[in-house]
Design a binder for this molecule. Sequence first.
Ligand code: MN3
Length: 261
Amino acid sequence: MATPHKTNLPAGQASRRKFIADTVKGGLAIGVGLSAAAPLLQSFATKENIAAGNFATGFDQQPLPYAYNALENVIDAMTMELHYSKHAATYAKNLKDAVAAEKVDMTRPLEDVLANISKYSAKMRNNGGGHFNHEMFWQSMRPKRENNAPAGKLLEAIEKQFFSFDNFKKQFADFAKNRFGSGWAWLYINKENIIMIGSTINQDNPLMDIAEIKGFPLLGLDVWEHAYYLKYQNRRADYIDAWWNVVNWDYVAERLHSYHM
Ligand code: MN3
């Protein structure tokens, strides 16, 4: 049974982790940079320390996995460019500033920081959450498809918990519409291994120890006005309806699979 909130690693992993940390501190990995340390990190970033499988998140903004205009008719190119290159880039920059000021060990996955976010500043919370949420958001979309829907075990899990895919979409959309002000709607899996939907304020997410909902995020929808205002103005519901056409269900399924590994 998965335990997403457990922070104590099993003895073997803990000592391995200490070895890696000591090695990095000792300068062995510093000369070759973070990229060389990343595969080691991913190999021990298991669900025991929140960052499941290959989904450990780094502190740098990753390239957008498609062109700015790739999601046109759902998300316009201008919104995409501003959102990625201005809003999200600023979260990444401010996160790096907070990380330097608060002496965060950047060889740890960002997920570890988020799981202990109550110990850090509001700047870390806002920008660490902002960076994580957007990195995941870009990956969770792809160009528009007809009849876009999950399949396999993910669909089974959704139907088991929410009766039908349509009913799931309705309930998720209700959380997205009713999140007052700025925030995110989420599909996540909790520590009882149940998939849930909910929402968080500002840039919080279910990984955070202070979030209203807690678990491993599978899919998140940005409902800040900057995500939709140019095309949809005040019509958040229309943005949500259109967004279902570009959800990358393969990515969501991979996150679920990764969590269960
Ligand atoms: Mn945003």
